[in-house]
Ligand binder design. Structure first.
Ligand SMILES: [Zn+2]
Length: 197
C-alpha cells in the first residue's frame, strides 16, 4: 500500500479492463515521472471524451454527431444490418473491408448471471429499424462465447417470424473470447462463410 493519493491512483487504474495490480502500479509511477503537460493532456482527453462523445441515434455506435459516419454514408446499403455487441466490434469488422451494409450495436449480450436481460439491450431499437421493411438480411455477429450464443439464439427466435434472412458468422472464431480477438483473416472467413439460421 502506498500513501494517500498515489494508492488512489493505483486503485482507479486497477479498475480498468485488462490492468492488473502490477500494471496499475507501473502506470501510476509512469504518470508520476511524466512531465506535467502530458499528464494534463491525458486528464483533459478523459474529461472531454465523456463530455463530447455521443452514441449514434440509429445504430448506437460511438459518434461525434447525431448520426455516426457509417449511418450517414450514402454509399452503404440499408438492405443488410450487422448486429454486434459493442462499437469495438464494428472497428474489427470494418478492418476486413468486406461489409458495405449498416450496423446495430446492442450494448452488450444477454447474461442471466450478470443480470443482463433482453430489455437491457438495444433490441427494441433493432426491431423498430427492421419494421421499416428495407432490411433483407440481418447478420448476427456476436462474441463467440456463452453470452453471445444466448443472444444469437434469442434474436434468431425473435426474427424468425419476419420476412428477413437471418445469418450467423461461420464457426472458426476463437471460442470463449471477444469477436475482436480474431485476426482479420479468420474474421473475414467467418464473415464470408456466414450461414442462415
Ligand atoms: Zn450509426
Amino acid at each position: 500500500m502506498y500513501e494517500g493519493i498515489v494508492q488512489d491512483l493505483i486503485d482507479q487504474l486497477g479498475k480498468l479492463p485488462g490492468i492488473g495490480p502490477k500494471s496499475a502500479q507501473r502506470i501510476a509511477f509512469h504518470l508520476l515521472d511524466a512531465d506535467e503537460d502530458s499528464v494534463r493532456t491525458l486528464a483533459d482527453v478523459l474529461i472531454r471524451v465523456k463530455d463530447t462523445v455521443r452514441f449514434c441515434e440509429v445504430c448506437g455506435n460511438v459518434s461525434a454527431e447525431t448520426l455516426c459516419r457509417i449511418c450517414s454514408d450514402p454509399r452503404r446499403s440499408d438492405s443488410v444490418i450487422c448486429v454486434v455487441e459493442e462499437s469495438k466490434d464494428i472497428v474489427a469488422i470494418e478492418r476486413i473491408r468486406e461489409f458495405k451494409g449498416r450496423y446495430h450495436v446492442l450494448g452488450g449480450a444477454i447474461d442471466p448471471i450478470g443480470g443482463v436481460g433482453p430489455n437491457d439491450l438495444r433490441i427494441a431499437e433493432l426491431m423498430k429499424r427492421l419494421g421499416s421493411g428495407e432490411t433483407e438480411e440481418v447478420i448476427l455477429a456476436l462474441d463467440p462465447n456463452v453470452e453471445g450464443e444466448a443472444t444469437s439464439s434469442y434474436l434468431s427466435r425473435l426474427l424468425g417470424s419476419m420476412d428477413i434472412t437471418v445469418t450467423r458468422l461461420a464457426s472458426g472464431l476463437p471460442v470463449g473470447g471477444d469477436l475482436d480477438y480474431a485476426d482479420e483473416l479468420t474474421l473475414g472467413r467467418a464473415f464470408l462463410g456466414r450461414r442462415s439460421v
